[in-house]
Design a protein. Structure first.
Length: 420
């Protein structure tokens, strides 16, 4: 049964409208998929069957992301993330403060900490720095967002896990392929944060800025042992052919880190925190699976391919285009990645695009417009730096510029020069 183009488009429109009306994103996508499938001629029974099939296709991704919560929770809740970010900012000093803030977010995401958590962790330090130097709130938020966007493109986070799982390639391969594009995003972030240094509202009050209440923060050495252990385990396949799945490597890395920091008594608490953070992502991905099932069984994929062929674009451009479109539609890098992979992944492989290149280009592109107002990242960013929604909207062009830089570099490195 094929869903009509109109039905697929209506599924996305209904989902986005419901999200904007503050309906839970997973429910919005499920309801949008259901109505769109029925409108598109699928019928109630067939539409539900397509939705369930779409959701069942990402269950392995969901399991891996849930398990990754052990690692992320331990680093975030133990104070390790605070220690790492504070050390970086102190090392760079006042002159390079915005670079230090962006780099802190970047490195924390590279270690596998969820983007929203990183924003909330580094923002108080960023605001205090801005207050001391009398610089703008916009510049700080651009540094925070750009650092997270860049790090998410190459870190072992939900979207990267989803891309590697769909294309059946090592997680480390997708991370390495995304490293150069992530540097492009980081450089663009630093330039834009410097340009906007004194623009907009200047941070003039540090009252009510929340700082970490973790009185016994671990040392920097102890804080980085967990991430290093995880990376070593993941790289065993790359260099020695020993396949340690992320479902094993990430929890082990987290537990090693907890013992190294002397926080082993709190492991259960940290695991619960990580699970709570990942549960929302997994629910979102299940909703995305329902929606992508409808889209995948429609003619929208053929339409996008025909447009690319009509414009005489190289076949690899389907990866960044689909990533940008689905990332913007879902306002989530994770949801956008899994939707784009599910809908266009097989077509990319049929046209000769390599698995690692396809995975990384989709992953990078899905990040570029994931901060739109119908997603959580938009609102977390505004809240983290005490910014009004009106002013937060003004940051979107800068966000898009950072994303565009990453997409361009990714397309050149992976699509044109075919380094991977």
């Amino acid at each position: 049964m094929e869903i009509t183009l109109f039905g697929a488009l209506m599924a996305m429109v209904i989902a986005i409208v419901l999200i904007l009306l503050k309906v839970s994103p997973p429910y919005s996508m499920i309801f949008g998929a259901l109505i769109g499938g029925i409108i598109g001629g699928g019928g109630l029974v067939e539409t539900i069957s397509i939705m369930i099939k779409g959701a069942s296709g990402i269950t392995t991704v969901v399991i891996r992301i849930l398990v990754a919560g052990v690692f992320s929770g331990i680093l975030a809740k133990s104070g390790a993330a605070d220690t790492i970010s504070e050390s970086i900012i102190k090392a760079f000093g006042k002159k390079w403060s915005t670079l230090a803030i962006a780099l802190s977010c970047y490195i924390l995401c590279l270690t596998g900490i969820f983007g929203d958590v990183v924003l909330l962790t580094v923002a108080p330090i960023g605001l205090q720095t801005a207050y001391k130097l009398k610089i703008g709130r916009a510049s700080i938020l651009i540094s925070l967002i750009g650092g997270v966007m860049s790090g998410v493109g190459a870190g072992p986070i939900a979207n990267t896990i989803a891309a590697s799982e769909y294309f059946k390639v090592p997680l480390t391969s997708v991370m390495i392929a995304g490293f150069i594009p992530s540097l492009g995003g980081l450089i663009t972030t630093v330039i834009l944060s410097k340009v906007t240094l004194y623009k907009g509202e200047i941070v003039s009050d540090v009252e009510n800025i929340e700082t970490s209440n973790n009185d016994k923060k671990p040392t920097l050495f102890a804080s980085i042992i967990g991430p290093i252990a995880t990376i070593i385990l993941l790289l065993l396949r790359q260099f020695f052919g020993i396949n340690i799945d992320p479902i094993i490597a990430m929890p082990i890395g987290g537990l090693v880190g907890a013992f190294a920091m002397g926080k082993y008594k709190f492991i259960r608490e940290y695991m619960d925190y990580g699970l709570n953070k990942m549960t929302g992502v997994c629910a979102l991905l299940l909703g995305t699976g329902c929606l992508s099932g409808i889209i995948q069984n429609s003619t929208i994929r053929d339409l996008v391919i025909h447009i690319i062929e009509f414009m005489n674009l190289p076949s690899f451009t389907l990866a960044p285009i689909s990533g940008v479109l689905l990332g913007a539609a879902t306002a989530s890098a994770s949801a956008g990645t899994i939707a784009a992979c599910s809908i266009f992944g097989s077509t990319l492989l049929e046209h000769g695009v390599g698995t690692i290149a396809a995975a990384s280009m989709i992953n990078t592109a899905s990040i570029s417009l994931a901060g739109l107002p119908h997603g959580s990242f938009f609102h977390v960013g505004a809240g983290a730096v005490r910014m009004s929604i009106k002013d937060r909207l003004k940051i979107i062009p800068y966000e898009a510029a950072i994303g565009l830089a990453m997409v361009i570099v990714s397309s050149l490195v992976l699509g044109v020069f075919k380094i991977f």
